[in-house]
Design a protein around this ligand. Structure first.
Ligand code: ZN
Length: 215
């Protein structure tokens, strides 16, 4: 998928996701607060453009949950030297959905297995349109939300993150050198809940809204 930001086009790279980055969400799923960021990946086939209208309900499992998150687009290759330096690697920001088959995830967790089947399936990562990042932007006060059929379900502020965005970037780059086009889904606040076929899910960030129908 090509990603446009500030008049430039980047090929989407890897999709990194952070689990349990908001204390109230970790609590609602009865998870412990992690000592360091929980990182998992989705393949590029998980991405869904904001230009697409529909998200298919998966053909396995039964409980599809929305998780609205701030998504960071990486614009430069390398490993940030510090949290301040991490800001130089950000090309854009938007909101996205880390769609999760919660019943499948609960089964996998009970068995101590990895989460891929429940989180990394096709079309599990819809994305809004990226807003170019400028260093004067306060990463610790980004508001974002999602609504289902017009009713607000989740409302988040990055100020409530356990690990702020620059810290996540430094942590990810310990294991994976950052590359232009990489995406980071930064974790979801509380309020996750089910989506049914026919529902319209709308996500909002910075005065913009993007919506899809579950088909
Ligand atoms: Zn998530």
């Amino acid at each position: 998928m090509e990603i446009n930001v500030g008049g430039k086009s980047l090929a989407a790279g890897r999709v990194f996701c952070i689990g349990r980055n908001y204390a109230a969400h970790a609590k609602e799923l009865k998870n412990d607060i992690p000592d360091e960021p929980v990182i998992f990946c989705k393949p590029p086939t998980a991405l869904v453009s904001h230009l697409q209208r529909e998200i298919p309900f998966p053909s396995f499992g039964s409980v599809l949950h929305h998780e609205v998150e701030i998504v960071v687009l990486i614009g430069k290759a390398g490993k940030p030297e510090s949290e301040t330096d991490a800001l130089n690697y950000i090309a854009g920001l938007t909101a996205g959905l880390d769609l999760t088959m919660r019943d499948v995830q609960d089964d996998l967790r009970k068995q101590g297995l990895s989460w891929e089947k429940s989180k990394a399936f096709d079309c599990s990562a819809p994305l809004g349109e990226f807003l170019p990042f400028t260093p004067d932007r306060h990463l610790d006060d980004l508001r974002f939300s999602c609504a289902v059929n017009g009713g607000i379900r989740q409302s988040g502020n990055t100020g409530n993150m356990l690990f702020p965005i620059p810290r996540l970037m430094v942590e990810i780059s310990r294991y994976w050198k950052l590359l232009p086009g990489d995406l980071i889904f930064t974790g979801t606040p509380e309020g996750v809940g089910p989506l049914l076929r026919g529902d319209c899910i709308e996500i909002a960030f910075n005065g913009n809204k993007w919506a899809w129908t579950i088909s």
